[in-house]
Design a protein around this ligand. Structure first.
Ligand code: HEM
Length: 333
């Protein structure tokens, strides 16, 4: 990562609690959280995986210029959005669930609830609805006026990442080693494509060999799922209980049954291993650390103008744009 880019990352700071707060919509849209919750419940029934897919949005939105729903913007004639960035293309899915929540909210309290906040509420609900912890979310974000595909390309980690580079990346956001391991526990739900694991099975680090960290029986299973000539969009489960948010993911890592290289590396690397072991033995420790991590990640913001989008896929028309140039001030620490 270039040093210029590191400086840029450092411009993303933790917002102070005074700006984002729980109960932010209690006067202006008291139904906000229950409306999103209902949409997430319906999504879960319709397609269980979709809630995991939506939960992933928080990571891919917040790491790229803060939690501002820049991720949700479609391309325009003059702007390449983040949806087609390297880590997102053919991978991020279930954007329609956020659209549904936004449409429902616009009916109840038009122009009030930001898309950035919808992502945060929906991610929390995805976890709670699949058996994980519930927490009070801090709200009051604004939606960005643009998106930056090249920033997403530069920032978002590859499934090939090792623990050491992940530690460095998370450190840039004030997220600790424990936060990294706990947040990776989000892979307790959902799926990944063969595309994200093929190199581990057939050519780990250019050796022409599989990753020796994969437990042999699990490797046979992955070989069957993803033979070398497979359609790389075929998907496999990220842990043994992909519809339940629990600590099975960490038990799997201890057993050498992590799907992604970036997962298994958390057990092979000494600095992260102790947290994998802790969370594999104590689910409540995992839940506590996960909530801490999600709150910290949800506080990432850049000092930039924003608005409440009417449609999460596009910025508002200039004529109806409610722009806060620096109206709701951000205190940058
Ligand atoms: C630590 C670095 C991380 C890396 C390298 C990483 C990478 C990946 C990759 C490669 C996939 C599968 C993509 C595909 O094959 O299409 C995936 C899926 C997923 N990721 Fe991560 N991830 C990381 C952290 C996180 C975090 C912090 C969260 C949320 C808090 C998250 C939530 C998810 C979820 C829920 C899925 C499954 C989505 C679905 O089923 O559609 N990930 N991740």
């Amino acid at each position: 990562m270039s040093s210029l880019f590191l400086i840029f990352l450092l411009c993303i700071t933790m917002a102070t609690a005074a700006q984002l707060r729980s109960g932010f919509y209690s006067e202006t849209c008291p139904e906000a959280e229950s409306v999103v919750r209902q949409v997430m419940k319906n999504a879960l029934i319709r397609e269980p995986r979709s809630v995991a897919s939506v939960m992933r949005f928080q990571f891919h939105d917040c790491f790229v210029n803060g939690c501002d729903a820049s991720l949700l913007l479609d391309d325009t004639a003059t702007m390449l959005g983040e949806k087609d960035a390297l880590s997102n293309i053919n991978s991020l899915r279930s954007f329609e669930v956020i659209d549904e929540a936004k449409e429902a909210l616009e009916r109840v309290c038009p122009g009030v609830v930001s898309c950035a906040d919808i992502i945060i509420i929906a991610a929390r609900d995805a976890v709670a609805l699949t058996g994980g912890p519930f927490w009070e979310v801090r709200l009051g974000r604004l939606d960005s006026l643009s998106a930056k595909q090249e920033d997403s390309n530069e920032i978002m980690p590859s499934p090939r990442s090792n623990a050491s580079s992940l530690i460095d990346l998370f450190h840039n956001y004030n997220l600790s080693v424990k936060d990294l391991v706990a947040l990776s526990g989000s892979h307790s739900i959902g799926q990944a494509r063969c595309f994200s694991v093929m190199f581990r099975l057939y050519n780990q680090s250019g050796t022409g060999q599989p990753d020796p960290a994969i437990e042999p029986k699990y490797r046979e299973k992955l070989d069957r799922l993803c033979p070398s000539n497979v359609d790389q969009n075929v998907t496999g489960d990220l842990d043994a209980t992909p519809r339940i948010f629990d600590n099975q993911y960490f038990k799997d890592l201890v057993a050498g049954r992590g799907f992604l290289n970036s997962d298994q590396t958390l057990f092979t690397f000494t600095k992260t291993r102790k947290f994998v072991e802790l969370f594999s033995k104590d689910q409540s420790e995992f839940f506590k650390a996960f909530v801490t991590g999600m709150l910290k990640m949800g506080d990432l913001q850049r000092d930039q103008p924003g608005e409440i989008r009417r449609n999460c896929r596009a910025i508002n028309g200039r004529h109806m744009n409610r722009l806060w140039e620096s109206g709701r001030e951000r205190i940058v620490i």
